[in-house]
Design a protein around this ligand. Structure first.
Ligand code: NAD
Length: 253
């Protein structure tokens, strides 16, 4: 087991990539703190893990709210004494060209996708510094490195997360803390289903997305979960501040 006895917090683990990663980490021996803003979804993830004899608890918190994040981290430390791995996964999509975007839509995506990485990191890092070790995985996207129509606000947030990852790594390397980023391509989750379904011709939209990836297929949450497991485990001990692409080759397409 690659994460035996590890205490792991995954934000946005009530759906998609976060849920499947929580299930995989639990199978690898971790105790998973399943965070989500949505209680029903988060508790479903915990049930799935417990049905497979894994260890998980749900903690509701909005990753953009400092009080709620600080309380969650305090509860984890009071219960388990340590926090070994933080996966900053929660995020939302955003569509539209800049001149058509409302200011509050811009603020919302920046808040959830960037502040939502800052706050859990801010409250977890003092404990990782104290325990002299830890691994943080930040969810970026391949869109941080390519241009895509109608996605400027989302791309900006994921570029910020990639940049933040590198600076965090420099600041916290002296404390034996590794900080790496995941850069998925299009992964078939509720997040993607939702924006494809809003298109005038969803089948054509899916076909178009597939052609962007050299693999010719959409990724699966499991593809990203396996990469997250690698970054969380000691197998990636020489990876520091790295962007890990899980994108079916989209950055080369
Ligand atoms: P998803 O919509 O299936 O799951 C996201 C989860 O985050 C939801 O359960 C939601 O309730 C939760 N969440 C949203 N805001 C939150 C908040 N403020 N606090 C706590 N929880 C919150 O999405 P997904 O496709 O699994 O995406 C997960 C992450 O991966 C996101 O950061 C996304 O940007 C990123 N990503 C996804 C893809 C893709 O193609 N699916 C590609 C690249 C990157």
């Amino acid at each position: 087991m690659r994460l035996a006895n590890k205490i792991v917090l995954i934000t946005g683990a009530g759906s998609g990539i976060g849920r499947v990663t929580a299930e995989l980490f639990a199978k690898e021996g971790a105790t998973v703190i399943v965070n989500d803003i949505d209680t029903t979804r988060g508790e479903e993830t915990v049930q799935l893990i417990q049905n497979a004899n894994g260890k998980a608890v749900f903690m509701q918190a909005d990753t953009t709210d400092a009080t709620s994040v600080e309380t969650m981290i305090q509860t984890i430390i009071q219960t388990y004494s340590v926090i070994d791995i933080l996966f900053n996964n929660a995020g939302i999509s955003g569509i539209g060209r800049l001149h058509e975007l409302e200011e509050d839509e811009w603020d919302r995506i920046m808040r959830i996708n960037v502040k939502g990485v800052f706050l859990p990191s801010k409250y977890v890092l003092p404990h990782m510094i104290k325990q002299n070790g830890g691994a943080i995985i930040n969810m970026s996207s391949c869109i941080a490195e390519i241009g895509l129509a109608d996605r400027a606000s989302y791309a900006t947030t994921k570029g910020a997360v990639l940049s933040l990852t590198k600076s965090m790594q420099v600041d916290y390397a002296p404390y034996n803390i590794r900080v790496n980023a995941l850069l998925p391509g299009t992964i078939f989750t509720p997040f993607v289903e939702d924006y494809l379904s809003k298109s005038a011709d969803p089948d054509a939209a899916i076909a178009k997305v597939k052609t962007r990836q050299l693999s010719g297929e959409l990724g699966k949450p499991e593809d990203v979960a396996k990469a997250a497991l690698f970054l969380a485990s000691d197998e990636s001990s020489f990876m520091m501040g790295s962007p890990l692409y899980v994108d079916g080759g989209v950055v080369f397409g």
